[in-house]
Design a protein around this ligand. Structure first.
Ligand code: SF4
Length: 195
């Protein structure tokens, strides 16, 4: 692991915030990048299952994301080629309705620029979910409009909905995503992975 990765792994900035949540958990930063990566997956924050395993997208969302990208598990988890950098490196806890809390802003403010400097040569950026869209693109549009405008950013960047089961209805309602976006996305992922 690189030095910056070690620093993030040791980060406890949100200890008090997490201790005040329902789960009263401690920070467990899930760090998954190396400077050689060319493909960046910029997500939201780990869920409980990832918090427990310490492996990003090690859950049903990850299975759907790998299918969207056309990547095997071995390719997806090859840190020399793929960096997975969420808006927050730790599970933020649950809100009163049992949904994940938003990623703490302090995480992006503290670490994001340093990580991006370390990852100097990203060829393809994949933004997963609305928080990542807003942060990386500075957009104020909702997820559907941002994803629909994919041609504005392709072929070097794709904004995707979150692959959570909560978005299964969204996928059914927006068949253009699978028909138009995914084939081009997979082609670009293959280009970068095999480069
Ligand atoms: S979420 Fe980010 S800032 Fe907060 S403890 Fe984890 S690594 Fe540190």
């Amino acid at each position: 692991m690189n030095r910056l990765g070690d620093q993030i792994r040791d980060c406890r900035l949100c200890a008090a915030r997490f201790a005040a949540t329902q789960t009263r958990h401690s920070p467990r930063p899930v760090v998954w990048f190396r400077p050689s990566a060319r493909l960046l997956i910029a997500g939201q924050a780990p869920g409980m299952r990832v918090h427990q395993s310490g492996k990003p997208f090690n859950d049903p969302s990850g299975e759907r994301l790998r299918a969207w990208l056309g990547l095997s598990e071995a390719e997806f988890y090859d840190q020399s080629r793929v960096a997975i950098v969420p808006m927050a490196f730790c599970f933020p806890g649950y809100n009163a309705k049992g949904s994940d809390l938003p990623p703490p802003r302090i995480c992006g403010e503290t670490w994001h620029d340093l990580v991006m400097q370390e990852l100097g040569k990203i060829d393809l950026t994949i933004l997963v979910g609305g928080y990542a869209h807003k942060y990386h693109l500075g957009v104020k549009t909702g997820v559907t409009d941002t994803v629909k405008a994919w041609r504005d950013h392709a072929p070097r960047l794709f904004a995707l909905p979150h692959p959570s089961w909560r978005n299964t209805a969204w996928l059914k309602k927006n068949p253009w995503f699978a028909a138009e976006v995914l084939p081009e996305l997979r082609a670009q992922v293959q280009r970068v992975i095999n480069d």
